[in-house]
Design a protein around this ligand. Structure first.
Ligand code: COA
Length: 361
């Protein structure tokens, strides 16, 4: 047995507002049948005006700490939709969580963001740089989606998920055995918000619509996602010497049900060990893996300690996979925190969590 980082808390936050496929057909040239058949998505969540990524991240982070019964000493926030271009969102999230002066940073690895953040956090624990990092994936994707673009508007939704890590050993449930990360900037044009940065700067009204919103070359992204997630998953499984048939929980980034099925089929992971919630929440980018893990936990079909494969792919291009054992945690769900809400001591947080019923999936 060796020392490693262990997942000891799992928290989520989903906005209340549900957008069904039928809601989208009212304003887009699409159909419920097309969306279900081509993506597996039936509905997604959307924040109310004024609610930001930070508001979801604070709630999910607080929920993960309540689930773990302990506080974080480092915050890593994966997001494509930060509250603003500058500064990063994580320091304010840490402040609102009452985590005074802990290191806090954002990671921009789009839909691979959670696995990237998990990889960084577990390496920090192994290096002795911190003991209990909070890893949050949070997105208000609806803030960058073009409501008139049927290629993307039907796919993405808002939400947040978080895990708290602690120092432990590789024999414990929740142990992170290995994380593999990769990127290929040659494909950076396949998923973009082109304007608003240093290459195409300017105020919003000066940037043409095409460069203001999220754009995706769906067909090529689909092809790359299947290939990269499959090879990355194989490589992390090789590292820990687990065969795909020994995996008892496969939780992929909830990009598209067909992508997830293709990856699991190629790997040879049995259907009964595949978990996901894309039908209910769509693609929530950096938030999707912890949200799917919480949903899977609620199914009571996975035992703590079960060999688990997490895999993701996203813009950049980026990808990553993690070999972990299923954590022994009870997920906690909290509603978005208002922009000014500060979280108090752990006692306050526990009271808050008990008072808030878990949100339906
Ligand atoms: N409703 C109806 N028709 C749609 C549509 C929608 N919402 N979106 C696209 N179409 C149309 C296209 O315009 C195209 O029409 P055409 O043949 O007349 O040109 C047709 O459907 C097929 O388009 P295509 O892009 O080949 O469809 P697809 O089967 O590849 O599905 C995606 C499109 C976006 C669902 C799919 O490519 C995908 O899931 N890509 C990856 C998305 C993803 O995971 N992104 C996140 C990165 S992690």
């Amino acid at each position: 047995m060796s020392e490693c980082a262990v997942i000891c808390g799992l928290g989520t936050c989903l906005p209340e507002r549900v957008i069904t496929n039928e809601d989208l057909t009212a304003r887009l040239d699409t159909s419920d049948e097309w969306i279900r058949r081509r993506t597996g998505i039936q509905r997604r969540r959307m924040v109310d005006p004024g609610t930001s990524t930070g508001d979801l991240a604070v709630a999910a982070g607080q929920a993960a700490q309540v689930s773990a019964g302990r506080s974080a000493d480092f915050v890593v926030l994966a997001t494509t939709t930060p509250d603003r271009p500058c500064p990063a969102t994580a320091p304010e999230v840490a402040h609102r969580l009452g985590l005074t002066e802990v290191p806090a940073l954002d990671i921009a690895a789009v839909c691979s963001g959670f696995v990237y953040a998990l990889g960084l956090a577990e390496a920090l624990v192994r290096a002795g740089a911190c003991d209990q990092p909070l890893v949050i994936g949070a997105e208000v994707y609806t803030s960058i989606i073009d409501p008139q673009d049927r290629n993307t508007a039907v796919i993405f939704g808002d939400g947040a998920g978080a895990v708290l890590l602690r120092r432990g050993d590789s024999g414990e449930p929740g142990a992170i055995h290995a994380v593999e990360l990769g990127s290929s900037g040659a494909g950076s044009d396949l998923i973009t918000v082109a304007g608003g940065g240093s290459r195409i700067p300017g105020r919003e009204q000066q940037v043409p619509r095409e460069q203001r919103y999220f754009r995706m070359q769906g067909r090529e992204v689909y092809r790359q996602a299947v290939a990269r997630m499959t090879s990355s998953a194989r490589s992390v499984l090789d590292r820990v010497q687990w065969s795909p048939s020994s995996v008892r929980a496969f939780v992929g980034h909830q990009a598209n049900q067909r992508i997830l099925d293709a990856v699991a089929d190629r790997l040879g992971v049995s259907k009964c060990y595949r978990f996901g919630n894309i039908a209910e929440v769509g693609n929530t980018a950096a938030a999707s893996i912890p949200l799917a893990m919480a949903d899977a936990s609620a199914s009571n079909r996975i035992h703590p300690g079960a060999p688990t494969l997490l895999t993701a792919f996203g813009g950049g291009l980026t990808w990553g996979s993690a070999a972990v054992t299923w954590p022994d945690v009870v997920p906690v769900s909290l509603p978005p925190k208002s922009p000014t809400a500060l979280c108090g001591s752990m006692t306050d947080r526990e009271t808050d969590a008990v008072a808030t019923a878990p949100q339906p999936h």
